[in-house]
Design a protein. Structure first.
Lengths: 310, 310
DNA sequence: ATCTAGCCATCCAAAACGCGCATTGGTCCA
DNA sequence: TGGACCAATGCGCGTTTTGGATGGCTAGAT
């Protein structure tokens, strides 16, 4: 027995035949509309009625009428058919990348300035692409990219995996966060040597490797030795310590959007002038169709970032 | 060419195969669940993908995964399949008479008392049967029953058509509607001879044939001749004239629920004591499955009506 | 590196299905 | 009573689908 002799479920073809017959109230015309002849259409409707166990059409040789059950089923059938079409349409839109969902990982720091700008662009340029946000540090993002938990990550270098494609989407200056009363607040702009032998709240090498390595390199290049009071991973926490007067901190300028009472910011001259870089990374073999459209947004930022360097 | 070489619409079988495969993420197990072997299941899903023009499942030889489009389509497919089952269920319920709609014609007079009682019964005994109400005079109801515009009519005799089944559902006394100041208000109960040579607002033979003929017969039997001031069809309008002091009217007791200022009612003794009869009628060949359940309600009223006669 | 197990796609013959044609049976109208 | 009309049915045929066998591919074990 391959197919059961009575099949307990109907098919869409039967629904289409029924709707045509119910609307035309004439098997011949309905068959014409279905691009077939009358006998098979009759059979399809008989089959449907048999499956349902319900007579849907009252047919005398002179007239075809809907039974009460048929009237109800006609509405249901139309709804089902409408749903099938919209389902196909929606799926094709997803597949074509016109719509869809991108899961985006981002670091806390990128959330202060770059991410809001990006989401604003998305709203105007790709309104049908939803973005699901997950905050995580860079190393977690790399892991999540590999397992597919996120489609794209906004993270800090280094990103060495070969299966990733990366672009730089933003470069930022460093700014100094200084507590109320700090003598250096008198200057409009600081230099790295202003931090020589001064208390500094530093980045933890484990949790914030990028910032840690970058600052270490900058200081080393100029032969400067700040006094590390405390190492932290989160910029938010560092500013809290600055506010407590424990010392200064060097943070990306976007962190200025975090307003802490009694914490003031001053520009810092570095070489290069915008040492804080943010990258976007995604698996080259990611098959999310919405990715292409989303990457277009990022590439605009990429050129902006390059232009800002000029 | 019978079927077009590419068919632009999918079938439910394909949806069921896809849902099974998407849930099992394993073609072999999915095929077992569908009671078939793996190759045809693969073909059905390929067909579906080809029709949609979208890859739904990412299948390596080691694992099967949903594509983003497939994830969306899985939700849609489940919804469609759920809808097909509920559609079948609903239709079967209609056909079995458990649920449905009865279109009911009723005369204005029956709406004063009998109809509200009937609808109350329906609410408690057949809550799934909807009743659509259409007020019309008896002759219109006969016409509408024939054309199928209503399933059941609540109307007055005579109903002579052979294709109808009728039952008596209510019998009522006549009451006199008297204007303020009418001398007969002094009596608790009136007799027909109290209307001899008195001004009476009468029923029009065209619009209210039943009441007209009934009253004419009652008066004739006792040799009484009231003075017909005006003939009307609607009880509502007659009471308005009574209120104006133009004369008295004889109306079914249910009309007392129409409260007019300065219109007072008194019982009237007649032979038989309940001369106003209300019948339900329906086409014997009516195929509305909900009819049986609805008629059960009416038959309760029928026995009540008979009991009231004892 | 080779082997093995697991899994999906493809190939093929047979069965099943749906189609169209011709015809029947029934109703309405002239 | 004959003709027109309409849906149901019988039947042969082409297409589709099915299940078994096979092939290609990958991951993990030896």
């Amino acid at each position: 027995m391959t197919g059961a002799s009575f099949w307990s479920q109907f098919e869409l073809r039967q629904l289409r035949c029924f709707v045509a017959a119910a609307e035309e109230l004439h098997f011949g015309r309905a068959a014409a509309r279905m691009n077939m002849t009358q006998p098979p259409l009759s059979r399809q409707i008989q089959l449907l009625e048999h499956v349902l166990g319900v007579k849907l059409l009252d047919r005398t040789s002179r007239a075809v009428k809907l039974t009460p059950a048929g009237r109800v089923f006609l509405l249901e059938a139309r709804r089902i058919l409408r749903l099938t079409e919209s389902a196909a349409l929606a799926t094709r839109r997803i597949a074509s990348g016109e719509a869809g969902t991108i899961t985006l990982g981002f670091t806390a720091a990128s959330g202060y300035s770059f991410l809001p700008r990006l989401l604003l662009q998305r709203a105007s340029h790709a309104p049908n692409i939803d973005v699901a946000l997950k905050e995580m540090v860079s190393s977690e993002q790399v892991e999540s990219l590999l397992t597919g938990r996120i489609d794209v990550g906004l993270l800090r270098p280094p990103i060495t995996r070969g299966e990733f494609t990366t672009i730089k989407v933003a470069s930022e200056r460093l700014v100094a966060a200084l507590p109320f009363g700090d003598a250096r607040l008198g200057q409009a702009s600081l230099r790295l040597k202003d931090f020589d032998h001064q208390p500094l709240i530093m980045y933890a090498p484990e949790g914030a490797r990028y910032f840690h390595d970058m600052l270490t390199a900058l200081f080393e290049a100029e032969g400067i030795t700040p006094v590390t009071i405390q190492s932290l991973s989160q910029i938010h926490s560092m500013l809290a310590l600055v506010r407590a007067g424990i010392g200064a901190a060097l943070v990306p300028e976007a962190a200025q959007s975090l307003h802490f009472d009694d914490v003031h910011f001053r520009a810092v001259e570095t070489d290069p002038p915008q040492p804080v870089e943010l990258f976007a990374a995604w698996r080259t073999d990611n098959d999310n169709p919405a990715l292409a459209g989303f990457l277009d947004l990022l590439r605009q930022d990429e050129s902006d970032a390059v232009a800002a360097l000029d």
